[in-house]
Design a binder for this molecule. Structure first.
Ligand SMILES: Cc1cc2nc3c(=O)[nH]c(=O)nc-3n(C[C@H](O)[C@H](O)[C@H](O)COP(=O)(O)OP(=O)(O)OC[C@H]3O[C@@H](n4cnc5c(N)ncnc54)[C@H](O)[C@@H]3O)c2cc1C
Length: 316
């Protein structure tokens, strides 16, 4: 029998599984959905702690852990990971964000703001991940290190017989951990052909709603919506049209980019923030480590959180 069962094969569960296997533990990953059907597969997925406006020391550790591991992945040629120059446009003065301490080349640039309403911008270079190849690579890493991946839903955490269970079930934690604070934050995006764009651009205070343009190897992700407590998974054509309009205004080179598709993902939000802590398991001597509620920043924080989960389990 394995030492640890990880519930969840999104980016949070798979990164935990890799870290625990690296620590020499036997790991089984249980998942309800195929990895390509998770919200992790829909993510844009740029390193950026979205939705965590006021970071604390722990969030900075997770953010740094995520940045450093993904930057290493770039150096080692992991599929789908690149470093991407980014511009975050600001419509009102803002101090450097808490997470800038994790980003080596972060800088604040002043604008006159006369034309576009943009008064400043943050410029930085961060890892960007194409999630489908990256998730496939993580799964390969789990299997080649002796981990087992089982596609079979877990009804209750009590049914799992291993000494340690890692609950990385994302939105599923609402039921599995009986946690009413967990809720969906719906996100709709549009994919277009890439006319040769290299730089990510974000305009989160755009008067008409969030706007971001994230180029990838063969397409560009345009976003997007951030809709707490919304659960519909069908893309809304009017929202698609509005995203296209905002993003084309932001990056005029996109004017003739072909629309390739649209997608919706339900981010695993949690009122009060991420839950990463250990508690007692159902039987004496067993433990549950919860790591869920990563909202719009799961890709950003995954490795940092996995490091903390591995440290907790090794100390039990
Ligand atoms: C449009 C959009 C853009 C995004 N962009 C970014 C970005 O740029 N940067 C960033 O960092 N993040 C981004 N995110 C957020 C990111 O996608 C999430 O934070 C992250 O994917 C959450 O990962 P997770 O593993 O917790 O959840 P998921 O990927 O949802 O995985 C949950 C896993 O738990 C399993 N599970 C659930 N219940 C059970 C059960 N009962 N039994 C067994 N298994 C179960 C599921 O099958 C699945 O395998 C974006 C999200 C969206 C929607």
């Amino acid at each position: 029998m394995s030492d640890v069962t990880v519930v969840g094969a999104g980016v949070i569960g798979l990164s935990c599984a890799v870290r625990l296997l690296e620590a020499g533990l036997e790991v089984t990953v249980r998942c309800a959905d195929a990895p390509e059907d998770t919200v992790s597969a829909v993510a844009a997925a740029v390193w950026y702690p979205s939705g965590f406006p006021a970071g604390d020391a722990r969030s900075l550790d997770w953010a740094r852990g995520g940045f450093d591991q993904l930057a290493q992945d770039v150096i080692h040629g992991a599929p789908g990971v690149t470093m991407r120059r980014t511009r975050m446009l600001l419509r009102r003065p803002a101090p450097s964000p808490w997470w800038s301490a994790a980003v080596p080349d972060f800088r604040l640039v002043e604008h006159d703001g006369a034309q576009s309403g943009v008064t400043q911008e943050w410029q930085f270079t961060v890892p960007t991940v194409e999630m489908r190849p990256y998730l496939r690579w993580l799964i390969q890493r789990v299997s080649s290190s002796g981990g087992v991946l089982e596609r079979r839903p877990v009804r209750t955490l009590d049914e799992l017989a291993t000494r340690v269970v890692v609950n990385a079930s994302g939105l599923g934690a609402r039921t599995l951990a009986d946690d009413d604070a967990v809720h969906a934050i719906r996100g709709q995006i549009v994919l277009v052909s890439n006319p040769g764009i290299e730089t990510s651009v974000r305009d989160e205070n755009h008067p008409a709603g969030h706007a971001y343009v994230h180029p990838r190897s063969t397409d560009v992700v345009l976003g997007g919506t951030v809709e707490p407590h919304q659960y519909g998974t069908t893309p809304d054509p009017e929202v698609t049209a509005a995203i296209l309009e905002r993003c084309r205004a932001l990056v005029p080179e996109l004017a003739h980019a072909r629309v390739l598709g649209q997608a919706v993902g339900l981010r695993p939000g949690r009122t009060g923030g991420i839950r990463l802590e250990v508690g007692p398991g159902p039987r004496s001597g067993t433990h549950v480590v919860h790591t869920y509620g990563h909202g719009g920043a799961g890709v950003t924080l995954a490795w940092g959180c996995a490091d903390e989960v591995a440290r907790i389990i090794q100390s039990l």
